[in-house]
Design a protein around this ligand. Structure first.
Ligand code: DAT
Ligand code: MG
Length: 151
């Protein structure tokens, strides 16, 4: 599969509950490359733009209130197949339906408090990373682990 990037975000409940290290470590251990990382208090307009496809849904106002209720951790992760793989690591939208072993399956109980976001396509990965990170906030680097992860 293609090298691509996924926008992964630890939501305010994940930060408040002290799950930042736990969640980051799942992507780190899997073997993806961390290209961007910051703690950030999200303005309402940005949350609305990020979730614009859901703007007609009844839960939209509560979703925006939740995402802006405290700091989030913004991340850009890179790798071949990272978008679909990250969605698997994260698990189903409803944490009660998410498989054990997934982040939501292990760490959450409600859709409205599902601790983490992951892009649903490579195109949205690009769009969301451009939305949440300024130019210069992404690092250009190679990991010494790469030759031990990719033949
Ligand atoms: P996902 O985050 O798994 O990609 P999504 O893109 O369909 O799910 O929705 C984005 C977020 O909106 C989701 O993580 C939680 C919230 N949400 C989705 N459906 C919901 C619902 N039926 N009730 C309340 N919140 C919902
Ligand atoms: Mg989504």
């Amino acid at each position: 599969s293609e090298v691509e990037q996924s926008y992964i975000m630890i939501k305010p409940d994940g930060v408040q509950r002290g799950l930042v290290g736990e969640i980051i470590s799942r992507f780190e251990k899997k073997g993806f490359l961390l290209k961007g990382l910051k703690l950030f208090q999200c303005p309402k307009e940005l949350a609305q733009e990020h979730y614009k496809d859901l703007s007609e849904r009844p839960f939209f106002p509560k979703l925006i209130e939740y995402i802006t209720s405290g700091p989030v951790v913004c991340m850009a992760w890179e790798g071949a197949g990272v978008v679909a793989s990250a969605r698997k690591l994260i698990g189903a939208t409803n944490p009660l339906q998410a498989e054990p072993g997934t982040i939501r399956g292990d760490l959450a109980v409600q859709t409205g408090r599902n601790v983490v976001h992951g892009s649903d396509s490579a195109d949205n990965g690009k769009r969301e990373i451009a939305l949440w990170f300024k130019e210069g906030e992404l690092a250009q680097w190679e990991s010494v682990h790469t030759p031990w992860l990719i033949e």
